[in-house]
Structure formats: C-alpha cells, structure tokens
Design a protein around this ligand. Structure first.
Ligand code: SF4
Ligand code: SF4
Length: 446
C-alpha cells in the first residue's frame, strides 16, 4: 500500500532472496518506559570499528549529562557525551559488545542528580540556518545511524558537492524478529520523527520523502498515515514483511527497483536512507539541543521475565536492564545485542548499551539455533536465500579450510550480515559467523 501516491512512489517491488522467520514480537505495543539512571555508566571511546576518538576527560573529573567526553580524530567519527552527571572514576579497556574486543572506555559513577548540560544550540526554526550549520549541530550531538549501522549521521548528510538527492527514505521497517522499539517509537513520537525527516530533506535539498513501514505494524502505520495526510511531499509505503528488507540496499530495491552500485553509497543514485530512530534523534538535537545520551531499545526473548520497550541511557550495563525487566527466566542461555538474526551473542551481562544497540534479546536454549553442524551437501538453499546474491556455501567451505585468499574471490565484503544463509542451512553450518569473521579480518587490513 502506498499513501500520498504520486507524491513519492507509484509501485512496490521486491528483492532477491530473504526469509520469513517467525516474528516473536513479544514486546509489541508495550509503551516505552524510562529506565532509571545507571549507578555506573561505561562509555567506550569508539562506538563502531571505523571510529577514532580520544577521551577529553580524565580520572577524577566531574561531568554533567550531555557533556562531551570524547573528541573525534577523523572525519568519520563523532563525539560521545556523558550519559549521567557524576565523576569519571577511570578510563580503561572494556569488552565492546558489538566490536567484540577490548576498547578504552570512560567509566562514570552517577551522582544521581542527573544534572544536564543546558544547550544554547536550539534551532527550532531550523530553516533559518544553513544546511552546513545544521549538519554541524548533528555532528556535535554525536548522532550515528541508530538502525544498528552506527554510521555517523553527519557523513550521510554531507554527500559530495553536486550530488542531487531525489528522495529521503525513513526506514521504519524494523524487519528483525523480536525487535519492536522502532515500532513503539513511531507510535509515540511520530511527529518528531517526521520533523527529523523534514530537517534531513532541508539539509539535502531533497524534494521528496518516503516513510517505509512493514505491514506488521498497523498502529504505527495508522498514526503516520494521519500525520502525513496534509504533507504533499511525504508519502508512506507499507511493505510486506520480508527479512532483511530493512537493510539499506534491499529497501531501496523494494521501493524503487534500483540497485546501489557495488562499493558506492546510496547517494550516488540520489537516495539517502535514515532509520526512524535516527530521524527522531536529529529532531531532538536540532530543535531541543539534545546530545545522544539515550536511546529506545527492545528487551525481549523467552529468557526475560517481562519483555519491554525502554528508553535507556547509553553506558547502562545489560545486567541492570535484566533486573529492570524482572530478571531472567529459568532456561536463559545467552543475551544477543541486536536482533536474533544479525545480532551479536554476549558472553557477559556486564557490557554496556552503546549507540548501535537496537535491543537486547534474552534467549533460552530452545530459542537458539543448534550449533552442531555437518558438511555442506550442496542443497543451494543458502544461495537462494542470500539477498546479496553471494555463494555462502562456497565461502563457508573456503573459510572452514582456511583458504582465505580464494574466499575473497567470492566477495565476502558484499555480505550484509543478515544471517539468512545460516538460518536456512539444513546442515546448521555457521556460515554467517564464518563470513563475518573473514570480513572483519579483511577490514582490519585496509
Ligand atoms: S552471505 Fe551474508 S548477505 Fe548472504 S545470506 Fe549470508 S549473511 Fe546474508
Ligand atoms: S544451505 Fe547449507 S548445506 Fe545447503 S548449500 Fe548452503 S551451506 Fe550447503
């Protein structure tokens, strides 16, 4: 279904492969609850593996919430801010839940007062400011893509000069099973999300915006549909639920039947995609002067007593979140940060929420894919399911036999880390994990 037809897109398409896993959205329609402040917040100085930042506070410094505590060292990094007021008690390496290795982290003990930095940086009438000024506000607020990519928002909003952006896409698909935080945010903060999208359109001089939502979110669809009714340049595309439709390239294929050229960004074909939560953060940064110190996440899985959608300060340890949701159930096996398809299994609940945390899924043994695997018997299911049109079976065999150079010829860097191959494999081969390991090794060499 397309609303405001003719103002945005006229027809919907589909993408290669993908799967239709059981949704298990246990926290659907649970109102967003504000989690209490953490007693101790842990902020890794980098939020994704490509960032380079240094701490600008030292042990013993007093800080307030929203105060900048790291400074970027390259153009594809953003600053981070203290999520609480209190005292920096140490800076030392902790295990990063998404990068999966120790990263220098700033440890702040909260004083419980939640003193916040009052911003002078409020741009309520944003259209009076230049796009460059607004990009600078978004950069200073430390905003990264909140759909899991953690890609700095200011970089996406600064395409090369002379690049014409035809359309901004607000990604409200949230196609991973279990995850419901974006759905709930769209239900409760639709106006701010649309306002954020308008700011992005203004910055990019984009004439159109399409909000894409999967059809398993009827309440969010209804709310957004009503708000955009009088918006001539914003349309709503309701998509059939299909994983991994929320992945940028697959979403663009579904909406516009266009392929993003290999190795290029979507702006090269005139499209910029931003997650609904990112649009919300952009709105709060520009119109309220707020830095990114909290985010909405899903807490779900049969391993947690009360699944919820929560607004949580960055740096909060997963063990505090488990306690806030009533504790874990008998049979709880592992927490996964992100969705169960493409998320990262955590070996400890001491790790903190970071900007790229979409959710924390507490899985029981029954919910986890069995790990005992056998040889590939060349059924071809993984090839048919791979949205990136790769040969996951071939990659898996090469990687298993440590033939990394030969695996490179099968383009592991094009893998979008969706996990579809592992999901469909009847031999239970850990294909996705194998490819991810090789991708990380290859990226480290660049
Ligand atoms: S190879 Fe990568 S892109 Fe293809 S199905 Fe597996 S995880 Fe997804
Ligand atoms: S799905 Fe599994 S068994 Fe089938 S071809 Fe792929 S790797 Fe081999």
């Amino acid at each position: 279904m397309i609303m405001n037809i003719g103002k945005g897109i006229k027809k919907l398409y589909s993408f290669h492969g993908g799967i239709y896993p059981k949704e298990n959205k246990y926290s659907a329609d649970c109102p967003i609850e504000n989690m209490p402040l953490p007693k101790r917040a842990v902020i890794p100085v980098i939020q994704n593996s490509k960032e380079k930042c240094k701490p600008i506070v030292s042990r013993g410094n007093l800080v307030i919430a929203g105060q900048k505590i790291t400074e970027p060292l390259n153009k594809i990094s953003v600053p981070s801010h203290s999520p609480v007021s209190g005292k920096v008690i140490d800076i030392h390496p902790i295990f990063h839940p998404l990068i999966q290795k120790p990263v220098d982290s700033i440890i702040v003990d909260s004083d419980g007062k939640d003193q916040k930095k009052t911003s002078v940086n409020i741009h309520d009438d944003y259209f009076r400011y230049s796009p460059k000024d607004l990009v600078s506000v978004i950069y200073e607020a430390g905003i990264t893509g909140l759909g899991g990519s953690c890609f700095p928002a200011h970089v996406k909003l600064s395409p090369p000069r002379d690049t014409e952006i035809d359309v901004v896409v607000v990604n409200g698909t949230e196609c991973e099973p279990y995850l419901t935080g974006d759905d709930q945010l769209m239900q409760e903060k639709a106006k701010e999300i649309i306002e954020g999208a308008k700011i992005i359109m203004y910055i990019l001089n984009a004439p159109k915006c399409v909000i894409a939502i999967e059809d398993n979110k009827p309440k969010a669809i209804e709310i957004i549909k009503n708000i955009i009714f009088h918006e001539p340049n914003i349309s709503l595309a309701v998509l059939k639920t299909h994983f991994p439709q929320g992945s940028e390239k697959q979403l663009i294929k579904t909406l516009f039947n266009k392929e993003v050229p290999k190795g290029q960004f979507s702006h090269s074909i005139g499209i910029v995609v931003d997650n609904a939560a990112t649009c919300y953060a952009v709105c709060r940064a520009v119109k309220a002067g707020e830095s990114l110190i909290s985010r909405v996440i899903t807490v779900s899985g049969k391993g947690i007593k009360t699944p919820k959608n929560i607004n949580v300060r960055l740096g909060t340890p997963l063990k505090d979140i488990a306690a806030f949701c009533g504790g874990t159930n008998p049979g709880f096996a592992h927490a996964v940060m992100g969705g169960p398809m493409s998320g990262v299994i955590q070996s400890s609940l001491d790790v903190p929420v970071v900007k790229g945390t979409l959710g924390v899924i507490f899985l029981t043994k029954d919910e986890m894919i069995k790990r005992k695997y056998s040889d590939c018997f060349r059924c071809g299911r993984c090839i048919r399911a791979c949205p990136a049109k790769l040969f996951p079976n071939q990659l898996s065999i090469f990687i298993e036999n440590n033939r990394i150079q030969e695996s490179v010829e099968f383009n592991p860097s094009e893998c979008i880390e969706c996990g579809c191959c592992s999901y469909v494999c009847p031999a239970n081969r850990p294909i996705f994990q194998q490819i991810k390991t090789v991708k990380n090794k290859l990226e480290a060499l660049i």
